[in-house]
Design a protein around this ligand. Structure first.
Ligand code: IPE
Ligand code: IPE
Ligand code: MG
Length: 249
């Protein structure tokens, strides 16, 4: 089925977030080391970014490395960081060609120097692109982000820059790493795991969740389009009842 053709481009999510999972199992299935799965996941990153940009998605956030992933065997962490440097290096040109801006969220300063500087270089080099923003979540976890936001707000209060009665959802959101982006309407997780693994907990309050059995290295353009189509068939009620939603339409 041609999922792309079926999509209503007037009802697209502005922001899609993806938990790219299953690289290790994909490698195992092919009788290879885990890193082989990560290497093959790069193609899916490229395909998904292009597919999203092609159809008119404005923000795509990819969960590439979590705070908890630092606890993996050093060999795997090192290999992932090296892969990150190489991927960024080789993709800058394509990002610019496709008019995609690269940004990143997470505890970036915790990345190895080389990965950090390559990342900053790519962000700088793509900053004027405006077709889509591709946001990499690196050394990211939602609880880290939320605690960080609380700390920053507490500091402002102690300096009398804001008062506690000014704190509301909007102000709180402005202290998150995602302050510039709308909340994702659609969250996709590959590999058949039904959990969110500390990803965008605040931001996905009302996101539609989509789980697929596909392992990340097998994820292709059509898989993204299938997820969008599935999203479009859902009724988003935001606490209201169906009749109210239909009157609004
Ligand atoms: C996702 O694939 C990539 C990262 C978390 C970096 P995994 O490496 O988690 O693969 P599985 O879940 O072990 O198959
Ligand atoms: C979540 O995948 C993190 C990323 C995709 C970067 P994990 O594979 O680390 O998640 P858990 O540990 O299975 O929940
Ligand atoms: Mg995993």
């Amino acid at each position: 089925m041609d999922f792309k053709k079926e999509i209503d481009i007037n009802d697209l999510p502005k922001h899609i977030a993806v938990i790219m999972d299953g690289n290790g199992r994909w490698a195992k299935k092919h009788g290879k080391m885990r890193i082989f799965g990560h290497q093959n996941g790069v193609k899916s990153v490229r395909e998904t970014s292009e597919a999203a940009a092609e159809i008119g998605i404005k923000y795509l956030t990819l969960y590439a490395f979590s705070t908890e992933n630092w606890n993996r065997p050093k060999k795997e962490v090192d290999a992932l960081m090296t892969l990150l440097v190489h991927t960024i290096e080789s993709e800058i040109k394509t990002l610019n060609k496709n008019n995609i801006r690269l940004e990143a969220i997470g505890d970036l300063e915790n990345l190895p120097k080389k990965s950090y500087s390559k990342l900053i270089e790519a962000i700088e080099s793509t900053k004027n692109n405006d077709r889509m923003t591709l946001i990499l979540a690196l050394s990211y976890s939602s609880r880290w982000e939320i605690v960080n936001a609380v700390k920053k707000i507490a500091e402002k209060i102690s300096k009398n820059e804001i008062s506690s009665d000014m704190i509301d959802q909007k102000l709180f959101s402005s202290f998150l790493t995602t302050s510039k982006y709308p909340d994702p309407e659609l969250l996709i997780r590959t590999s058949g795991e039904f959990r969110v693994s500390n990803f965008l907990l605040w931001q996905i309050a009302y996101a539609e969740l989509y789980f697929t059995q596909k392992l990340w290295p097998d994820f292709r353009k059509d898989d993204l389009y299938e997820a969008i189509l599935n999203y479009q068939k859902r009724e988003r009620r935001f606490g209201m009842i169906s009749e109210q939603i239909n009157i609004q339409k």
